[in-house]
Each structure stands twice: as structure tokens, then as C-alpha cells.
Design a protein around this ligand. Sequence first.
Ligand code: SAH
Length: 495
Amino acid sequence: MNQTYQKNDLVMVTIEDIGTDGEGIGKVEGFTLFVKDAVVGDVVEARITKAKKQYAYARMEKLLTVSPFRSEPKCPWHRQCGGCQIQALNYAKQLEYKQNKVRNHLIRIGGFEAELIDRIIEPIVGMEEPYRYRNKAQYPVGTDRDGHVVTGFYAGRTHTIIPSTECYLGAEENKEILEILIAHMEKYRIPAYDEETGKGQVRHVLIRKGFSTGEIMVCVVINGRYGEKEYISNQAKLLEKLAMINGMTSVSVSINTDKTNVIMGKEIHTLWGSSVIHDMIHVRDMRREGYPCTGQQLTFALSPLSFYQVNPIQTEKLYSLALEYAGLTGREVVWDLYCGIGTISLFLASGAGQVCGVELIPQAIEDARDNARSNGISNARFYVGKAEEVLPAFYAGKQDEISAPGAEFQGDLRHPDVIVVDPPRKGCDSACLSTMLQMRPERIVYVSCDSATLARDLRILCDGGYELRRVRAVDQFGHTVHVETVCLLSKRQIT
Ligand code: SAH
């Protein structure tokens, strides 16, 4: 009979697998343990934190045998922080884990044959340098027990700030910027915001860097302005110091007086420099590979509120794959659903006849139109709305009811050649999928940030007459359990 375990029991366990949240998984007499901070290949002594009938959650107490897959994490806070779940796992093993996660989801959730997946899945695209890849960081500002101002990050699943001015995933300049702000707040006795009471002034700091331009943006989120002339006490002194940082281009405040978890307030005031920074994404010259794209540098203007991919180097690889899978020849009519600020749309526009983007957030669509204009792209247009509403409206011939300023459109949007989707984690709405099936494009390119919902949606598309042709994962978020995947489906020929 299986022994049952209780909270606070100590058990010795060999870790055999990695769970969806990066935890180690091991078995003791058929009883499954999910062990936080344990790495596959470790033998650990673990303390049970929560016990159920068949399984229990536990925390590593003592590392008895060190796994060959461990590597020394750069960050001393990696165990407390909620950000990196698998920093103690070496990078090659992280990639293997993500590749397997996608494969297993397609087989278990999507119901695809293992033989098919193993034949078509391509090796995951890893990073050359899995640290310092994030172009954006948002640090909470708070007060420690001794009354000192601290910045840091929230401990996993809480709102307790672990004091730190460094995150090894972010830009090196972040540390100096945070130190300048902390020193300024200490010197002029500017209180940090207190989530409990709703009092205090400085809530968060957003730092963003255009990796290809070196331009840096700092936006301080404040709980209301300080006075008539200044947003922050002695702000000229703060600006003077920040301006000395190499690359500093824009310093602003965002006003957020709401008692909420939402970080940014909508009201932005530029205090120094420009209101935006720029970043560029390169569309590769693909003519030698048989595609019409001649190679182009796309420039994006980013404000503090703009949505933008956080890992631009991997994003370029991800979008290049999407473009390759789309198989464009210069004439196609393409939908880009869930288009954000139009990054994929503008990529596709270089090789398509006409691209139509659809996105829920109006501000993102304004950015998309600006980006098309500033990059001289005239064959892309954008619609505000839900993909599951805009697409059926088009299919039903009611497109006149949807406003879309932009280039006059020649192609047949009811019968596109290619549909690209890049939905949020919950995947595509079923009304969106069924309209895609009715439109019957030659190819569907599915870009996904959650392989479980991807697998679910691919099953629906394949049952509706499509064939899964290519699958490739791209690691956008090293040291975390997240993985992006690109898939190509093509229309099954009716015989
Ligand atoms: N393709 C973009 C953005 C992908 S993120 C890029 O690569 O940058 C997913 C986007 O889908 C977000 O911008 C989100 O606002 C948008 N979105 C969420 N639900 C949607 C829906 N039902 N219809 C259209 N867009 C939606």
C-alpha cells in the first residue's frame, strides 16, 4: 500500500522530470511530488508544503546529489523571484525542456500522432546569449523595514518587494538608473507608494531600451503630481543625473492614482527629451530562398504605453519564420489577426500583395498605422476589433460597417491566400477559427505563446480540413518556462 504523506514531512526523492511551472517532479512509491527549486537529475531532501491523496507539493530543503543539468545561476535572487523559474537548469536542457513541452502538448492535447510530430517538428531556435535579452523592465518602488526606499521585484506570487537594483535578464543601464532614482528619493524625502494605504508618491519605474539604437526611456509612475510646477520634488536635479546616462533619450512620468495592480497610468508627461524611443527590426533578404522579400529595416517608435515584444533579437527570428512559413510570392492577400502594433503585418507586407491587421486595442492600431506610414508601407491596413467579430463580418460581406482608413483595397478579403494568427495565451476564439475554415486560405500560420491552447486550436483546424506541415519553437524568454511556437498548416486538397 502507498504511504501517504502530510504537510511538513521530509522525504528523499530523485527528480525525474520538469513540471509546467519549472518545478522538479519525482516519485516516492508511486506518490508524485512537485518540488520547488529542484532540478531534473537532482536527488533532494524535500519538505512537503501541501499534501493530497495521490500527490504533494514540496520545497527543496537539502540538495543531496547535484544534477549534471544544473548550472550556476547569475542571479542571487532566482529562488525568491517570480520571474525566472528555471535559471538553475543549464541552457541546453532548458531548450530541450521547451521542445518537449511543445511536442507533448501537440500529442496529448492536440491528439496528433507522435510519428507525425517527430517527422515535422524542427529544432527549437535558441538564444546566443540567454541573459540581458529584455528591452523592458518595470520595477516596483517601496519602503523597507528601516524606512529606506527600495526598488526590486515581487517575490513569487506575492506583492512583497525583494530589494534589488539588478535583473540579469534586463539591460545593464537599469541598475544605474534605479540607483539614481533611489538616491534622489532618499535625499529629498520623496515617499514610495504604499499599496495598502494608497499613500506615497513613486509607484513603479519603467525602463525601456531600443537595442538596435541604444536609445533609453525612463518613465516614473507616480501617484499624482507633487506641486504646481513639478511632478517630482526637485525634478530638475533628477533629470540632470538621468540625462548623463549614455543613450538616455526620454524621461517621463505616468500618473496613476488608482488603487489597482495596473502598473501604468494613461496620462503621460514627457519631462526631458523625446516622447518616444526607436527600435529597428530587420526583415531578412529572402530572395535566394525563393521569396520576394528584398530585405528591409523596419523602425518602430515606442512610447511608454506601446506594446512591443520584449526580446527583439528572438522576435526577428520568430517573425522571419512566420514570413517563411507564409510562403509569399508578392501577390497574396493576407490577414494578420491579433496584430498588436502591426509588427508581423509590416514584416509580411514586404512579401505580400496586401496585408490586413486586426487588433482589439485602438491605441495599438493607431501605432500600427503610424508605423506603416513612417516605414513607407502602403499595402497594409488595420482594423480595430475582436478577431472573432471582424473576420465573420468580412465573410458575411458587412465590411463597410468596419472603419479602416488606409490604402484602397483591391484583393478579395473574403478569400485570403494566407491567414496569420498570434493570439494571447488563451488562444483563438472558436468563432474566429470557424470563419478561418470557411474562408479556406491556402495556408494558415499560427504563432503562439501557449502551446496548450495552440494544440487545442490546431486540432480544430485539422479536423476542419487542414494539415499540419511545420512546427518550430523559438525561445523568447530564457530562464522562464515560456515558449513561443510557429506552425504552418496547409489546406488539404479535396479529392
Ligand atoms: N502580433 C503582435 C501582438 C501579439 S500579442 C506582435 O507580435 O507584436 C496578442 C495581441 O492580441 C495583443 O495585442 C492583444 O491586445 C490582442 N488581442 C487580444 N484579444 C484579441 C481579440 N479577441 N481580437 C483581436 N486582438 C486581440
